[in-house]
Design a protein around this ligand. Structure first.
Ligand code: G3P
Ligand code: MG
Length: 246
């Protein structure tokens, strides 16, 4: 295996825990993941919070758009029982809560800005400022399907790594990424074809495909020297990596 492939836990250990909650992030840390992937949006009162969907409907006992709820309202919601009743104490974390926790470990932090469907005016500056407050510039990778957001992050602080998210077979995406100041590629697994992995490697551009949950895909990408994988099952990935290394 040419390189040590990093393992990023998708929404934490989302295979075994309620996604995007502190208990899920803690599980990923305990599983030996190198990093976390998580999704960030803004509440009505502009607090950055960690949640995937634009509404709270699927992953909490509440209803409504994240953008229409105050942080105080959102914090009363149970973000664990939908997954399993044993997680009924889980809440939606604020980004600050996650950063405070992260100051006690050294995990890499892939922060996905969910600024595609809802524009969330000013989210880039709010997030960049918080990263600065916690001195996390060298640990955070900001990704987004909204590449305008990535350009804005890069303008605000070029020392923060940005990564383009994409789902389609872009041609030589490392060239496009470079053009907007992004230095890595976070692509949907089916488009992580050998030409892309090889071309990106030749260009020195890290590729971190999502969401890599099957053992065969994990092994293939690890053997191919992929920079990282983003997976719901970090524990399994850590085990497979140790076998693949043998
Ligand atoms: O960042 C990788 C992946 O999380 C992107 O898709 O919908 O799971 O946020 P999604
Ligand atoms: Mg995501």
């Amino acid at each position: 295996m040419p390189e040590h492939t990093k393992i990023f836990a998708h929404r934490g250990s989302a295979g075994t825990h309620p996604e995007n909650t502190m208990v899920s992030f803690e599980a990923a840390l305990n599983a030996g993941a190198d990093g976390l992937e998580f999704d960030v949006q803004l509440t009505k009162d502009q607090v950055p919070v960690v949640i995937h969907d634009e509404t709270v409907n699927r992953t909490t006992n509440g209803k409504g758009w994240v953008k229409d709820l105050s942080y105080e309202e959102l914090k009363t919601l149970d973000a664990g029982s939908w997954f399993d009743s044993t997680f009924s104490h889980a809440t939606i974390p604020s980004l600050e809560e996650l950063f405070q926790w992260a100051s006690h470990n050294s995990m890499a932090l892939n922060l996905e800005l969910k600024s595609g469907l809802i524009r969330y005016q000013g989210i880039e500056k709010i997030v960049v400022d918080l990263i600065h407050t916690y001195h996390l510039e060298k640990r955070v990778i900001i990704s987004s399907f909204n590449h305008y957001s990535l350009v804005e992050v890069h303008r605000l602080n070029p020392s923060i790594e940005t990564a383009i998210l994409f789902m389609e077979g872009l041609y030589e995406p490392w060239k496009y990424a470079k053009g907007i100041g992004a230095s890595s590629l976070h692509c949907y697994l089916p488009v992580a074809v050998p030409e892309l992995i090889q071309g990106a490697a030749d260009a020195g551009t890290p590729v971190r495909p999502f969401t890599v949950n099957e053992e065969a895909h994990m092994r293939g990408l690890m053997r191919g020297g992929c920079a990282a994988i983003i997976t719901d099952w970090p524990e399994k990935a850590v085990q497979i990596r140790s076998q693949t290394l043998e």
